[in-house]
Every structure is written in C-alpha cells, then in structure tokens.
Design a protein around this ligand. Structure first.
Ligand code: SAM
Length: 357
C-alpha cells in the first residue's frame, strides 16, 4: 500500500485506516438516509429485537432489501445482531439520535445531504474544470431535506427560544406586527410563527417555484389566513420601512448578492425593526474550524451546494463557511450597527444574529 517514498510507514498506515473509516462512514450515511426515508429507524425504535422478516413486515417493506440494510447497519455499528436468535436490535441510545421522536436532534435527517450532494457530483466536477455553478433546479430533494433540517434546528424552538433572543419581540408579535421571512423555502418557520401569533401578518419570499408552491399548499391545509408566500428575488426587493421583523434562516450565505440583500433588508425594516438572521457558525479562516464538530460537512455542503448555487447565478459564492467575522462585517456595511450574536445549545451548526435598524 505504501509508496517507496514514504518515510513514516506507521503514519501512512494510520492514515489509510482513517481513510477507510471515512469511506465506511460515507457508505453508511447513504444507508442511514434510506433507513430514515423508509421509516425503518422509527419502526425499530418502537420494537423489541426482531428478525429481518419481522422488521420488514412491520415496516411494510421488501424483506430482501431490509435484510441487506440491517446487515449494513450491523457492521456499521448502528444495530446489534444476535446470531443465535437472528434478531436485530436498535438500542435506545442509538434510536434517540435516529428517529423522528427526537424533534431537534435526529441525525438521520442530516445523512440525507450525502446522497443529495452525490446526485450533483457530475455537475460539480464540471465546475472544477470550467467554473460556473450548479443551480437550485439540479437538486431534486433540496427543499424537502432543508425543510426537515430547519424543522429540527429552528421550528421546534422558534417561539420558545429563538424569538426571545430579541427582547420585546414576542410581545410585539402578540400585539400584531408585519414580518417577512427571506429565503423562506417551504415556509415551515413562517407557518409556525403565523399560527403562534394570529394578530401579526407574515410574508415569505423565495426564489424557487417548487418551494413556494409547497409552502402555499401547506398554508391552505393548515387553514392559516395571516400569511402569504410570493416568488421574489430578494436581491431585487425595493421596499422602504415596510416590516417590523425580518427573518432569514440559513438563507444569506448562499445568496448571489448577499451585500445587496442585506442592504435591501435594512431598508425594508421600519425604524427599530428587528432583523433575526440564523446562519452557519464557523470562522472564515479554516485554521479556526479544525475543532468545529461538523466542519467537514459544512465545507462539503458548501462546495456542493451553498457556494455553487450562488456561483450558478454569477454570484459571490461566499460559501457556508463565510464565517461570523464576514457576517458581522457585512451586516455592519449594510447599516446594522446594533448587533448581538447568540448560540443555542441544541444546535452546534448555527448561530443567531439579532440586529436592529
Ligand atoms: C438554505 S435554504 C433555507 C430555506 C429555509 N429558510 C429553511 O431554513 O428551511 C436557502 C433558501 O434561500 C432561497 N434563496 C436563495 N437566494 C434567494 C434570493 N435571491 N431570493 C429569494 N430567495 C432566495 C433558496 O431558494 C432557499 O430556499
């Protein structure tokens, strides 16, 4: 395995072992994603140890595929297999991180990003050679996965923990104000706010037709009347002193024109209006991200999604690891000089900026 030029053979062998672990991890992530999508983790989380056939039948899935999946989960250290009884078990300590019962920390949701990014690999390879980017339309499941991700990091804690980061905001929302969510995607956060604060009016803007169509469908199904969704490029938003609250959940760093968007947000806020921005909690400098718990994922998702969708529009391509330093500088340049930075315990990936006009 080692080349003749390798001086430290042990170092080379240790590295090969660590690489093999990464290869196995990548492969298992694809299977975790499938297990999440077809409901196998949720099914096993509610069962005692059982045979492959029993698990497949309970989940209503094909027995052959489920057995192969269970064996992958077993050698991957996710399930425990008893060769005597031929039963597979998902221990409670594992189930807690892989089932929908955990509303804020189901890591199987994140595993879906691996398969999604793999689906655009050819396009990204082409960009490495020729520049440019891969556009939103290339990602068949992006908005679905993103809504699930923010459905864990933002939505369950939005009213209780996120909005109170801005003192007085909860009371203003209760009495009735006008709010807009920038890059709202499928609109789960906005729908949560609209149902919590019936006297306030909410608008969601997003670039993508499919996300807006889904948001409208869900709003109708939920019977919410104080909310509307519009297809709108927020770089072209030309409104002055219109909103009391503007939110942006994970939607600034992948903008084509983030500087223009932040200035548009500042202008669109009423005096003393609040801008609440959730974004990725990294440093702009890679050397400061070495101990970040999910840095490899951040840079990978950045290269294969956030950065490339921006570059596809001829944009800045800031990338997900633009860093809190860059975010603070750009918010300042947009006119936000009153700024607080917060971190919530359940979420190692993101932080919240609270700015006032
Ligand atoms: C990372 S996703 C976040 C979606 C949503 N806020 C959430 O947390 O689930 C970024 C969103 O910003 C939208 N977006 C990007 N550029 C935009 C622009 N110029 N105008 C409006 N929406 C934009 C994308 O379509 C995408 O839905």
């Amino acid at each position: 395995m080692q080349s003749t030029e390798v001086k430290d053979v042990k170092k080379a062998m240790d590295f090969a072992e660590s690489l093999l672990n990464k290869l196995n991890g990548g492969a298992i992530c694809l299977m975790i994603s499938i297990g999440h999508r077809v409901g196998l983790f949720d099914c096993m989380g509610d069962m005692e140890a059982a045979t492959a056939e029993e698990i497949a039948d309970k989940a209503g899935l094909n027995r052959r595929y489920v057995r192969e999946w269970l064996d992958a989960m077993t050698v991957g250290g996710i399930c425990i297999y008893d060769a005597t009884t031929k039963k597979y078990d998902l221990p409670a300590e594992h189930a807690v991180h892989l089932t929908r019962k955990n509303a804020t920390g189901n890591l199987a949701v994140l595993a879906q990003f691996i398969g999604m990014l793999g689906s655009v690999e050819d396009g990204i390879v082409d960009c490495f050679k020729n520049g440019g980017g891969v556009g939103y339309e290339a990602y068949a499941r992006f908005h679905e996965i993103m809504a699930e991700e923010s459905g864990q990091t933002v939505v369950p804690v939005l009213v209780e923990k996120v909005l109170p980061l801005a003192p007085g905001l909860h009371e203003r929302l209760e009495s009735g104000i006008t709010a807009v969510d920038i890059g709202c995607g499928r609109g789960r956060a906005l729908r949560r706010m609209a149902s919590a604060y019936p006297k306030s009016k909410f608008v969601g803007f997003d670039l993508c037709d499919d996300a807006i169509a889904h948001a409208k469908e869900m709003t109708e199904a939920e019977g919410l009347t104080n909310i509307e969704f519009k297809k709108q490029d927020v770089a072209a938003l030309d409104l002055s002193e219109e909103f009391d609250l503007i939110t942006a959940f994970d939607s600034i760093h992948d903008q084509a024109k983030p500087d223009v968007v932040l200035k548009n947000i500042h202008r669109a806020l009423k005096k003393d209006g609040v801008f609440l921005m959730q974004d990725i909690d990294t440093s702009k400098d890679v050397e400061n991200n070495m101990t970040h718990p999910v840095a490899p994922m951040v840079y990978t998702i950045s290269c294969m999604h956030c950065m490339t969708v921006s570059l596809a529009q001829g944009g800045a391509g800031l990338g997900a690891a633009w860093g809190t330093e860059t975010a603070q500088r750009m918010l300042g340049e947009a006119g936000f000089d009153k700024l607080d930075l917060h971190k919530l315990e359940h979420d190692p990936l993101n932080c919240f900026f609270v700015a006032r006009r």
